[in-house]
Design a protein around this ligand. Sequence first.
Ligand code: PMV
Length: 324
Amino acid sequence: MSTATAHPNIALIKYWGKLDESLIIPSTSSIAVTLAAYESRTTVTLSENSKNDIAFINGEPLLGAGLARISRVLDRVRELAESTVKARVVSENTVPTAAGLASSASGFAALAVAAAAAYGLNASAVELSRIARLGSGSASRSIYGDFSIWHHGETDETSFAEPLIWQGEELAVVVAVVSAAAKAVSSRSGMQSSVETSPFYRSWVETNNQLVLEALQAINDGNLEALGELTEKSTMMMHAVMLTTNPSIRYLTGQSLEIFDSVRELRESGVGCWATADAGPNVKILTRRKDSAAVAAHLSSRFSEVQILESQLGGAARLVEHQP
Ligand code: PMV
Protein backbone atom coordinates (compact mmCIF):
# COMPACT_ATOMS: atom_id res chain seq x y z
CA MET A 1 0.00 0.00 0.00
CA SER A 2 1.47 3.36 -1.02
CA THR A 3 0.19 6.91 -0.60
CA ALA A 4 1.45 9.95 -2.51
CA THR A 5 0.52 13.62 -2.62
CA ALA A 6 0.78 16.12 -5.47
CA HIS A 7 -0.26 19.70 -6.14
CA PRO A 8 -2.05 21.07 -9.20
CA ASN A 9 -0.11 23.26 -11.60
CA ILE A 10 -1.17 26.33 -13.52
CA ALA A 11 0.18 26.70 -17.04
CA LEU A 12 1.77 30.05 -17.81
CA ILE A 13 2.51 29.01 -21.40
CA LYS A 14 -0.39 26.77 -22.29
CA TYR A 15 -0.99 23.33 -23.74
CA TRP A 16 -4.10 23.02 -25.92
CA GLY A 17 -4.30 20.19 -28.46
CA LYS A 18 -2.55 16.93 -29.19
CA LEU A 19 -0.54 15.37 -32.00
CA ASP A 20 -1.38 11.93 -30.65
CA GLU A 21 -4.65 11.40 -28.75
CA SER A 22 -3.81 8.00 -27.38
CA LEU A 23 -0.26 8.68 -26.13
CA ILE A 24 -1.14 12.29 -25.17
CA ILE A 25 1.64 13.92 -27.17
CA PRO A 26 0.87 17.68 -27.26
CA SER A 27 1.29 19.96 -30.27
CA THR A 28 3.24 22.51 -28.23
CA SER A 29 5.52 22.54 -25.22
CA SER A 30 4.17 24.26 -22.09
CA ILE A 31 5.47 25.88 -18.89
CA ALA A 32 3.74 25.83 -15.50
CA VAL A 33 4.01 26.62 -11.80
CA THR A 34 2.75 24.33 -9.05
CA LEU A 35 0.27 25.60 -6.43
CA ALA A 36 0.69 24.78 -2.73
CA ALA A 37 -2.89 25.72 -1.81
CA TYR A 38 -4.54 22.60 -3.21
CA GLU A 39 -3.52 18.96 -3.00
CA SER A 40 -4.48 15.45 -4.13
CA ARG A 41 -3.67 12.47 -1.91
CA THR A 42 -3.85 9.07 -3.56
CA THR A 43 -3.44 5.58 -2.09
CA VAL A 44 -2.78 2.54 -4.28
CA THR A 45 -3.29 -0.91 -2.75
CA LEU A 46 -2.56 -4.06 -4.75
CA SER A 47 -5.52 -6.48 -4.76
CA GLU A 48 -4.23 -9.96 -5.61
CA ASN A 49 -7.70 -11.50 -5.94
CA SER A 50 -9.40 -8.75 -7.91
CA LYS A 51 -10.29 -9.09 -11.63
CA ASN A 52 -10.49 -5.32 -12.21
CA ASP A 53 -9.02 -2.07 -10.94
CA ILE A 54 -11.35 -0.09 -8.73
CA ALA A 55 -11.11 3.59 -7.88
CA PHE A 56 -12.81 6.13 -5.59
CA ILE A 57 -12.44 9.92 -5.82
CA ASN A 58 -13.59 11.83 -2.74
CA GLY A 59 -15.52 8.74 -1.66
CA GLU A 60 -17.38 8.29 -4.98
CA PRO A 61 -16.71 5.14 -7.05
CA LEU A 62 -15.30 5.93 -10.49
CA LEU A 63 -16.73 4.09 -13.52
CA GLY A 64 -16.52 4.18 -17.32
CA ALA A 65 -14.07 6.58 -18.99
CA GLY A 66 -12.81 7.97 -15.65
CA LEU A 67 -11.82 4.50 -14.43
CA ALA A 68 -10.31 3.66 -17.85
CA ARG A 69 -7.93 6.64 -17.53
CA ILE A 70 -6.77 5.38 -14.14
CA SER A 71 -6.28 1.86 -15.53
CA ARG A 72 -4.25 3.31 -18.42
CA VAL A 73 -1.72 4.70 -15.92
CA LEU A 74 -1.78 1.49 -13.84
CA ASP A 75 -1.31 -0.63 -17.00
CA ARG A 76 1.86 1.27 -17.88
CA VAL A 77 3.23 0.81 -14.35
CA ARG A 78 2.31 -2.92 -14.45
CA GLU A 79 3.99 -3.30 -17.84
CA LEU A 80 7.22 -1.76 -16.51
CA ALA A 81 7.02 -3.69 -13.20
CA GLU A 82 6.06 -6.94 -15.00
CA SER A 83 2.96 -7.44 -12.88
CA THR A 84 -0.62 -8.43 -13.71
CA VAL A 85 -2.08 -7.68 -10.27
CA LYS A 86 -5.02 -5.23 -10.19
CA ALA A 87 -5.23 -2.31 -7.77
CA ARG A 88 -7.60 -0.34 -5.59
CA VAL A 89 -7.11 3.43 -5.87
CA VAL A 90 -8.49 5.88 -3.32
CA SER A 91 -7.97 9.58 -4.05
CA GLU A 92 -8.94 12.65 -2.02
CA ASN A 93 -8.80 16.07 -3.67
CA THR A 94 -8.92 19.47 -2.04
CA VAL A 95 -9.04 20.88 -5.59
CA PRO A 96 -12.60 21.46 -6.90
CA THR A 97 -12.86 18.65 -9.49
CA ALA A 98 -12.96 19.52 -13.22
CA ALA A 99 -13.37 23.27 -12.67
CA GLY A 100 -10.25 24.39 -14.56
CA LEU A 101 -8.22 24.21 -11.36
CA ALA A 102 -6.11 21.28 -12.55
CA SER A 103 -7.56 18.55 -10.31
CA SER A 104 -6.61 15.94 -12.92
CA ALA A 105 -3.00 17.17 -12.93
CA SER A 106 -2.51 16.68 -9.18
CA GLY A 107 -4.61 13.49 -9.14
CA PHE A 108 -2.69 11.70 -11.90
CA ALA A 109 0.72 12.89 -10.64
CA ALA A 110 -0.09 11.48 -7.17
CA LEU A 111 -1.37 8.27 -8.82
CA ALA A 112 1.85 7.82 -10.84
CA VAL A 113 4.04 8.20 -7.74
CA ALA A 114 1.85 5.97 -5.51
CA ALA A 115 1.41 3.27 -8.18
CA ALA A 116 5.14 3.12 -8.99
CA ALA A 117 5.91 2.59 -5.28
CA ALA A 118 3.09 0.04 -4.78
CA TYR A 119 4.33 -2.07 -7.73
CA GLY A 120 7.97 -1.75 -6.61
CA LEU A 121 9.00 0.22 -9.70
CA ASN A 122 12.06 2.37 -9.23
CA ALA A 123 11.20 5.22 -11.64
CA SER A 124 13.05 8.52 -12.16
CA ALA A 125 11.13 11.82 -12.06
CA VAL A 126 11.19 11.99 -15.88
CA GLU A 127 9.78 8.45 -16.09
CA LEU A 128 7.08 9.34 -13.54
CA SER A 129 6.20 12.39 -15.60
CA ARG A 130 5.75 10.20 -18.70
CA ILE A 131 3.55 7.79 -16.72
CA ALA A 132 1.42 10.65 -15.29
CA ARG A 133 1.07 12.12 -18.82
CA LEU A 134 -0.91 9.04 -19.89
CA GLY A 135 -3.67 9.97 -17.42
CA SER A 136 -3.76 13.70 -18.16
CA GLY A 137 -1.21 15.70 -20.14
CA SER A 138 -0.85 18.48 -17.58
CA ALA A 139 -0.14 15.87 -14.85
CA SER A 140 3.32 15.38 -16.37
CA ARG A 141 4.19 18.83 -14.92
CA SER A 142 2.79 18.19 -11.40
CA ILE A 143 5.57 15.68 -10.68
CA TYR A 144 7.73 18.75 -9.95
CA GLY A 145 7.46 21.67 -7.56
CA ASP A 146 7.79 25.33 -8.55
CA PHE A 147 8.45 25.75 -12.29
CA SER A 148 8.42 23.03 -14.93
CA ILE A 149 8.44 22.64 -18.69
CA TRP A 150 6.68 19.84 -20.57
CA HIS A 151 8.68 19.21 -23.75
CA HIS A 152 6.12 18.30 -26.42
CA GLY A 153 8.37 15.62 -27.97
CA GLU A 154 7.10 13.33 -30.69
CA THR A 155 7.07 9.94 -29.02
CA ASP A 156 6.27 8.46 -25.63
CA GLU A 157 9.98 8.61 -24.72
CA THR A 158 10.53 12.22 -25.75
CA SER A 159 7.33 13.79 -24.32
CA PHE A 160 8.06 14.52 -20.64
CA ALA A 161 8.37 17.35 -18.13
CA GLU A 162 11.47 18.65 -16.35
CA PRO A 163 12.01 21.19 -13.58
CA LEU A 164 13.09 24.76 -14.37
CA ILE A 165 14.93 27.10 -12.03
CA TRP A 166 13.30 30.51 -11.49
CA GLN A 167 16.03 33.07 -10.93
CA GLY A 168 13.88 35.90 -9.56
CA GLU A 169 12.07 36.98 -6.39
CA GLU A 170 9.75 34.60 -4.52
CA LEU A 171 6.40 34.26 -6.31
CA ALA A 172 2.80 33.54 -5.35
CA VAL A 173 -0.47 32.89 -7.16
CA VAL A 174 -3.78 34.46 -6.14
CA VAL A 175 -6.76 32.31 -7.20
CA ALA A 176 -10.17 33.89 -7.87
CA VAL A 177 -12.71 31.05 -7.72
CA VAL A 178 -15.51 32.39 -9.95
CA SER A 179 -17.19 28.98 -9.94
CA ALA A 180 -16.19 25.62 -8.48
CA ALA A 181 -18.75 23.77 -10.63
CA ALA A 182 -17.50 21.14 -13.11
CA LYS A 183 -17.06 22.47 -16.66
CA ALA A 184 -19.52 21.61 -19.42
CA VAL A 185 -16.84 20.72 -22.01
CA SER A 186 -13.89 18.63 -20.81
CA SER A 187 -10.44 19.87 -21.80
CA ARG A 188 -9.86 16.54 -23.54
CA SER A 189 -12.81 16.86 -25.93
CA GLY A 190 -12.54 20.68 -26.18
CA MET A 191 -8.95 20.60 -27.38
CA GLN A 192 -9.70 17.83 -29.84
CA SER A 193 -12.43 19.93 -31.49
CA SER A 194 -10.08 22.95 -31.54
CA VAL A 195 -7.44 20.93 -33.43
CA GLU A 196 -10.09 19.82 -35.91
CA THR A 197 -12.04 23.04 -36.45
CA SER A 198 -10.36 26.27 -35.30
CA PRO A 199 -8.98 28.21 -38.29
CA PHE A 200 -6.46 29.72 -35.83
CA TYR A 201 -5.07 26.39 -34.67
CA ARG A 202 -1.97 26.29 -36.86
CA SER A 203 -0.87 29.81 -35.92
CA TRP A 204 -1.52 28.99 -32.23
CA VAL A 205 1.00 26.13 -32.43
CA GLU A 206 3.64 28.28 -34.12
CA THR A 207 3.22 31.27 -31.82
CA ASN A 208 2.93 29.30 -28.61
CA ASN A 209 6.16 27.39 -29.27
CA GLN A 210 7.84 30.78 -29.76
CA LEU A 211 6.34 32.00 -26.44
CA VAL A 212 7.88 28.94 -24.72
CA LEU A 213 11.35 30.01 -25.88
CA GLU A 214 10.80 33.58 -24.72
CA ALA A 215 9.45 32.38 -21.35
CA LEU A 216 12.53 30.17 -20.82
CA GLN A 217 14.66 33.28 -21.26
CA ALA A 218 12.47 35.29 -18.84
CA ILE A 219 12.67 32.48 -16.22
CA ASN A 220 16.41 32.30 -16.58
CA ASP A 221 16.65 36.10 -16.22
CA GLY A 222 14.22 36.15 -13.25
CA ASN A 223 12.24 38.74 -15.24
CA LEU A 224 8.66 38.66 -13.90
CA GLU A 225 7.45 41.54 -16.08
CA ALA A 226 8.44 39.62 -19.24
CA LEU A 227 7.08 36.31 -17.92
CA GLY A 228 3.78 37.93 -16.88
CA GLU A 229 3.27 39.46 -20.32
CA LEU A 230 4.03 36.14 -22.03
CA THR A 231 1.56 34.41 -19.67
CA GLU A 232 -1.26 36.80 -20.60
CA LYS A 233 -0.42 36.44 -24.30
CA SER A 234 -0.50 32.63 -24.22
CA THR A 235 -3.74 32.73 -22.19
CA MET A 236 -5.55 35.04 -24.62
CA MET A 237 -4.31 33.10 -27.65
CA MET A 238 -5.55 29.82 -26.16
CA HIS A 239 -8.97 31.33 -25.35
CA ALA A 240 -9.11 32.80 -28.90
CA VAL A 241 -8.58 29.27 -30.27
CA MET A 242 -11.32 27.98 -27.95
CA LEU A 243 -13.74 30.70 -29.07
CA THR A 244 -13.05 30.04 -32.76
CA THR A 245 -13.64 26.29 -32.37
CA ASN A 246 -16.81 25.03 -34.05
CA PRO A 247 -19.08 24.80 -32.07
CA SER A 248 -17.50 27.64 -30.10
CA ILE A 249 -16.14 26.83 -26.63
CA ARG A 250 -16.32 29.58 -24.02
CA TYR A 251 -14.88 28.89 -20.58
CA LEU A 252 -14.50 32.51 -19.45
CA THR A 253 -17.54 34.29 -18.06
CA GLY A 254 -18.23 38.03 -17.96
CA GLN A 255 -16.96 38.01 -14.40
CA SER A 256 -13.69 36.29 -15.40
CA LEU A 257 -13.08 39.10 -17.90
CA GLU A 258 -13.91 41.75 -15.28
CA ILE A 259 -11.24 40.17 -13.07
CA PHE A 260 -8.73 40.34 -15.95
CA ASP A 261 -9.57 44.08 -16.28
CA SER A 262 -9.20 44.62 -12.56
CA VAL A 263 -5.76 42.92 -12.56
CA ARG A 264 -4.64 45.20 -15.39
CA GLU A 265 -5.89 48.24 -13.48
CA LEU A 266 -3.88 47.19 -10.41
CA ARG A 267 -0.80 46.55 -12.56
CA GLU A 268 -1.12 50.02 -14.08
CA SER A 269 -1.11 51.41 -10.55
CA GLY A 270 2.33 49.80 -10.03
CA VAL A 271 1.70 46.31 -8.54
CA GLY A 272 3.29 43.55 -10.67
CA CYS A 273 0.44 41.07 -11.36
CA TRP A 274 -0.70 39.12 -14.42
CA ALA A 275 -3.81 37.00 -14.93
CA THR A 276 -4.37 33.62 -16.53
CA ALA A 277 -7.23 31.11 -16.84
CA ASP A 278 -7.50 27.55 -18.11
CA ALA A 279 -10.47 25.40 -19.16
CA GLY A 280 -12.83 27.08 -16.71
CA PRO A 281 -13.93 30.53 -15.49
CA ASN A 282 -11.50 30.75 -12.57
CA VAL A 283 -8.70 33.31 -12.78
CA LYS A 284 -5.20 32.84 -11.36
CA ILE A 285 -2.96 35.82 -10.82
CA LEU A 286 0.82 35.52 -10.86
CA THR A 287 2.56 38.00 -8.59
CA ARG A 288 5.48 38.47 -6.19
CA ARG A 289 4.89 36.89 -2.79
CA LYS A 290 5.35 40.29 -1.14
CA ASP A 291 2.46 41.68 -3.27
CA SER A 292 0.03 38.76 -2.99
CA ALA A 293 -1.90 40.18 -0.01
CA ALA A 294 -2.38 43.48 -1.88
CA VAL A 295 -3.63 41.64 -4.99
CA ALA A 296 -6.02 39.52 -2.90
CA ALA A 297 -7.33 42.62 -1.04
CA HIS A 298 -7.85 44.51 -4.33
CA LEU A 299 -9.89 41.65 -5.81
CA SER A 300 -11.85 40.95 -2.60
CA SER A 301 -12.92 44.59 -2.40
CA ARG A 302 -14.26 44.53 -5.98
CA PHE A 303 -15.64 40.99 -6.18
CA SER A 304 -17.11 40.34 -2.74
CA GLU A 305 -18.98 37.20 -3.95
CA VAL A 306 -15.86 35.58 -5.43
CA GLN A 307 -13.69 33.37 -3.20
CA ILE A 308 -10.12 34.73 -3.26
CA LEU A 309 -7.27 32.53 -2.13
CA GLU A 310 -3.54 33.21 -1.85
CA SER A 311 -1.17 30.38 -2.67
CA GLN A 312 2.57 29.92 -2.53
CA LEU A 313 4.22 27.77 -5.17
CA GLY A 314 3.89 24.08 -4.31
CA GLY A 315 6.47 21.34 -3.86
CA ALA A 316 6.98 18.20 -5.92
CA ALA A 317 4.74 15.11 -5.89
CA ARG A 318 5.98 12.78 -3.13
CA LEU A 319 5.47 9.46 -1.48
CA VAL A 320 4.13 10.00 2.06
CA GLU A 321 3.47 6.42 3.16
CA HIS A 322 4.68 3.04 1.94
CA GLN A 323 3.99 -0.44 3.35
CA PRO A 324 5.53 -3.12 1.11
O1 PMV B 1 -4.13 17.83 -19.34
P1 PMV B 1 -5.51 18.39 -19.28
O2 PMV B 1 -6.45 17.55 -20.01
O3 PMV B 1 -5.89 18.72 -17.87
O4 PMV B 1 -5.51 19.79 -20.10
C1 PMV B 1 -5.01 20.99 -19.59
C2 PMV B 1 -5.31 22.13 -20.48
C3 PMV B 1 -5.16 23.50 -19.86
O5 PMV B 1 -5.29 23.46 -18.46
C4 PMV B 1 -6.27 24.40 -20.41
C5 PMV B 1 -3.83 24.16 -20.22
C6 PMV B 1 -2.61 23.61 -19.54
O6 PMV B 1 -1.53 23.69 -20.13
O7 PMV B 1 -2.71 23.14 -18.39
